[in-house]
Design a protein around this ligand. Structure first.
Ligand SMILES: NC(=O)c1ccc[n+]([C@@H]2O[C@H](COP(=O)([O-])OP(=O)(O)OC[C@H]3O[C@@H](n4cnc5c(N)ncnc54)[C@H](OP(=O)(O)O)[C@@H]3O)[C@@H](O)[C@H]2O)c1
Length: 332
C-alpha cells in the first residue's frame, strides 16, 4: 500500500509517516522542499531503512497550488492530510498564511487534485464520481473543530471536514486533542521558559480542561486506521489522551517529570492580547491576539469519543500522561 502524507515534515505528519514505514508500508512524503524532507528522513533509522528498500519516496508540492498536487496524488491508495500553515497559530494574511487558505483551501485543493486524476469518465447522476482506484482521504483535524465555534481555526477545520464528507471518497477524520512529545512546539516551548526563568508564564488562568495526547498514539491510531479501512470508513473520531486535566495540572506534571519547581505565572488574557496586538507587527510575528485565544482554549475528547474508538478499534490503547511525558526526564 502506498500512502501520500502531506505535512510529512511536520510534528504530526512526520510521526504518522514513521509509524507507516515501521509497519512496512510505502510512503510518498510530500513537502515543499524535497531536499529538506530527504535530509530529515535520512537522519532517522526508519527513514534510512525505508529509503534503502525503496518504500520512501518524496514529492515536492504545495497545498495552495492545485497543479503541484496532481502528480502527488497519482497512484496512491490513501492520502493523509496533516498540513498546517507556517507560523501557526499566528496568521499572516498578507502572505496567505491563514487557516482558511492553508488548512481549508489546501484540503479543497487536495480533493480537487484527486478529482482531476481519478474522475470516472462515465460520471453522471447516480453513477460513481471516482474510479475504483481513487484513494481514501484521511484528515488530521482538531478536537475543537465545529460549525458554531467563534474561532476561525475551528471553523476552517470544520469546513475542510464538511468538504471531505461530501467528496464522494471513502474518508476518515481524526480530531486530535493537544498533542505532545519530543519535537512538539507547544508544550516544549512553554517548558523552555523554565530553562532561564524562575516562573513558567502562560496566558489565562490555566484552568481550561484538556485531554493531551501523546503524539505516538496519533501515529499508532492512524496506522490502525490505514490498515483497517472497514471500521474507520466514513467515521469522525475524537482522539484524546486517557486523562482529563487542566493546563495547570498538565504543566505541573511535566515540570515534576523534569524535577523542576517553578510557579506558573498566569498572564491575564486581555494583557496577552495587548501584547499580541503589538507583537504581530514585529519581525517574524511572534504573537497575535487570536493566537492568545488559541493557546488558552479548552479542548477535550469526550467519553463518547473514547467509546466510539474502543468500539471500532478495541486493540487501540492510549499512553498514560506520565508515560508519555517520560521523554522530559532527559531534560532534568
Ligand atoms: N500539534 C498538535 O497539537 C495538533 C493537535 C491536533 C491537530 N493538529 C493538526 O495536525 C496538523 C499538523 O499539525 P503539526 O503540529 O504537525 O504542524 P507542523 O509541525 O507545523 O507541520 C506542518 C506541516 O505542514 C507543511 N506545510 C505547511 N504549509 C504547507 C503548504 N503550503 N503546502 C504543503 N505543505 C505545507 C509543512 O511542511 P514544509 O514546511 O516542510 O513544506 C509541515 O510538514 C494540523 O492540521 C493541525 O491543526 C495538530
Amino acid at each position: 500500500m502506498t500512502v501520500l502524507v502531506s505535512g510529512s515534515t511536520g510534528f504530526i505528519g512526520g510521526t504518522i509517516t514513521r509509524h507507516l514505514l515501521t509497519g512496512g508500508h510505502s510512503v510518498r512524503a510530500m513537502a515543499r522542499s524535497e531536499s529538506r524532507a530527504r535530509r530529515m528522513y535520512e537522519a532517522t533509522p526508519a527513514g534510512r531503512e525505508a529509503l534503502a528498500k525503496g518504500r520512501l519516496t518524496f514529492v515536492e508540492a504545495d497545498v495552495t497550488a492545485l497543479a503541484t498536487l496532481i502528480p502527488a496524488v497519482a497512484d496512491v491508495d490513501a492520502v493523509v492530510q496533516a498540513v498546517q500553515f507556517t507560523g501557526a497559530p499566528v496568521e499572516d494574511p498578507a502572505r496567505g498564511l491563514t487557516y482558511m487558505q492553508v488548512d481549508y483551501g489546501g484540503t479543497l485543493n487536495l480533493l480537487g487534485a484527486i478529482s482531476e486524476v481519478y474522475s470516472a469518465s462515465t460520471a453522471g447522476q447516480g453513477m460513481a464520481r471516482f474510479t475504483d482506484k481513487a484513494p481514501r482521504f484521511l484528515y488530521m483535524s482538531g478536537i475543537t473543530a465545529g460549525a458554531d465555534s467563534p474561532y476561525m481555526w475551528d471553523h476552517a477545520k470544520w469546513l475542510a471536514e464538511e468538504a471531505i464528507r461530501a467528496s464522494g471518497l471513502d474518508w476518515t477524520i481524526v480530531r486530535g486533542s493537544w498533542a505532545f512529545g519530543p519535537g512538539d512546539r507547544a508544550l516544549n516551548r512553554i517548558l523552555h521558559y523554565s530553562d532561564y526563568l524562575p516562573v513558567v508564564p502562560i496566558f489565562g488562568d490555566g484552568e481550561e480542561l484538556l485531554t493531551p495526547v501523546f503524539v505516538e498514539d496519533i501515529g499508532r491510531l492512524w496506522r490502525l486506521v490505514i490498515e483497517n479501512p472497514d471500521p474507520a470508513k466514513d467515521m469522525t473520531f475524537g482522539l484524546g489522551g486517557s486523562e482529563t486535566v487542566t493546563l495547570n495540572e498538565f504543566l505541573r506534571l511535566a515540570l515534576n517529570t523534569m524535577r523542576r519547581r517553578r510557579p506558573i505565572l498566569h498572564i491575564p488574557e486581555p494583557i496577552g492580547k495587548v501584547q499580541g496586538a503589538i507583537m504581530q507587527h514585529m519581525p517574524g510575528r511572534p504573537l497575535s491576539p487570536d493566537a492568545v485565544d488559541f493557546v488558552a482554549q479548552e479542548g477535550v475528547a469526550t467519553e463518547a469519543d473514547r467509546a466510539l474508538l474502543a468500539e471500532r478499534f478495541p486493540e487501540f490503547e492510549g499512553t498514560l500522561l506520565r508515560e508519555g511525558l517520560g521523554y522530559l526526564k532527559t531534560r532534568e
